[in-house]
Design a protein around this ligand. Sequence first.
Ligand code: PGA
Length: 249
Amino acid sequence: MFIIVANWKSQLTFHQALALCEGNLEGYGDLGDAKGIETVICPSFEALHAVALTLQDTAIQVGAQDCSAFKQGAYTGQVTAASLAEVGCTYCIIGHYESRTHLHETDQLVAEKMQQLVTVGIEPILCIGETEQEREAGYTFQALTRQLTAVAQTLASHDQVTICIAYEPIWAIGTGKVAQKSQLTEVFAWLSTTCATLFAEHTVRLLYGGSVTAETAGGIKKIPGVDGLLVGTASLDFKKFEKIVSSCS
Ligand code: PGA
């Protein structure tokens, strides 16, 4: 099923996140029922439980935006995958470029987070993408390969799992610059082939993220290999998010 993930980042406080859900409860209920679309909302940690409870009678899924690379223990400030599962998370974003950049996350750390998530049955949404400099220098596929390989090694010994991989060109995140159709066609064809080899035992769903709007969502959905969208800015406005979902259903 086509999947649309809302990444609320740290844009809303606890009360603002709840107000967005409560103020549009019926609307989110309708989005959850949209034919052929699975909708996931990823609020920040403190709002996860309350948002999951508020949306519990809808078909909307709730996801986290990060998780600890450790199972449990003396790791101050970390939120474990097991805790996320207990509060109702069924998805979790990992390796977002903002975490890789501001928190200096390495490919190895992201792979360890993936391990924790699949162990508790949360579906990871692994973000990968190239910088503008990498693209201009012709290193797009090297950058993506590096990010995929660490994770593939982690999953090699694991029983069959389903994961989402979100291709988010870094230059397209929050900039209003959506990748061109020809660029996306090329990357998704490469990703489909590469993931079929790297994750041969697993099921991979490929998402696009980066300045998705109601105007561009339908066109991106038609690109071969695209199984979903990861939406940041436009997901904070219910009307805009609703239009994105309806343009894909
Ligand atoms: P954006 O964010 O839609 O605001 O570009 C996407 C993301 O960072 O996941």
